[in-house]
Design a protein around this ligand. Structure first.
Ligand code: NDP
Length: 246
């Protein structure tokens, strides 16, 4: 039996990048998978088709993470269509880099609504369904722990906020047998941070292993944290960054 069979997972932002890699990996481990997206319907449906080839159920749900009602409805729909919810991966996120003097209050609200408020909304809604053995995994950033250069104040703030949320939620949910952990990726080759992008050389100069990671590198950690062997791990952060923060 596969290690996640008889389980259902919801991954926010699963149409591309790290979220798509996590969705595919959890399906390969036997989980039924729901994923959300904002715009990329065709990409989301392509991921769903690939996932179904693993012989599991899959569905894509359009849900803008900036809209907490939409996020909560996506959780309810996952439970309704997959019949259960055991694993929530809060992956959807946006980056925004500018000098602090150029950020607006609107920028602040936007980044916090997608990167933080949606994580609360999804987790809150999922608590109706998660039982003993449930897993909540947030996707943070190595920049929650160390900001190596200018421009990332609001992004780092949003990802640091998830560290506190992870720890507090772990305390609340431990007695229910639900674990809550956070993965901090370093530079991963996606649309958000392409390995041939303008700052890629700078990012490589920070790494102990001077190569971009792949979505699969992050998905491997997510699969471990989603699985039965990680039941005694909660409130913890896992940095997968090629040694960027070393
Ligand atoms: P991408 O930009 O490549 O993909 C983002 C995914 O999130 C897409 O599926 C996108 O959906 C979805 N998404 C974005 N905004 C929203 C929204 N408002 N509502 C719903 N879905 C949304 O990002 P990555 O895969 O690189 O990043 C995934 C996570 O990893 C993020 O939280 C990011 O902060 C974090 N991270 C990434 C790093 C990197 O180097 N790539 C490093 C550290 C952390 P759609 O396709 O519809 O737009």
């Amino acid at each position: 039996m596969k290690k996640l069979s008889q389980q259902a997972a919801l991954i926010t932002g699963g149409s591309r990048g790290i979220g798509a890699a996590i969705a595919k990996r959890l399906a390969r481990e036997g989980a039924d998978v729901a994923l959300t997206y904002q715009h990329a319907e065709e990409k989301a449906e392509a991921v769903v088709r690939q996932i179904r080839n693993e012989g599991v159920k899959a569905l894509a749900i359009r849900a803008d993470s900036a809209d907490p009602e939409a996020v909560m409805k996506a959780v309810d729909r996952t439970q309704a269509e997959l019949g259960r919810l055991n694993i929530l991966v809060n992956n959807a996120g946006i980056g925004m880099y500018k000098p602090i003097a150029e950020f607006t209050v609107g920028d602040f609200d936007r980044i916090m609504s997608v990167n933080v408020r949606a994580v609360f909304a999804a987790s809150h809604a999922a608590l109706k369904y998660l039982g003993k053995g449930g897993r909540i995994i947030h996707i943070g950033s190595c920049q929650a722990e160390r900001m190596p250069g200018p421009g990332g104040s609001l992004y780092a703030m949003s990802k640091s906020a998830l560290v506190g949320l992870t720890k507090g939620m772990a305390r609340d949910l431990g007695p229910r047998g639900i674990t809550v952990n956070i993965i901090h990726p370093g530079p991963v080759d996606t649309d958000m941070n392409p390995a041939d992008g303008p700052s890629a050389g700078y990012q490589r100069s920070l790494m102990a292993i001077p190569e971009y990671g792949s979505g699969e590198d992050i998905a491997a950690m997510a699969a471990y944290l989603a699985g039965p062997e990680s039941g005694y791990i909660t409130g913890a952060g896992f940095t997968v960054d090629g040694g960027t923060n070393a």
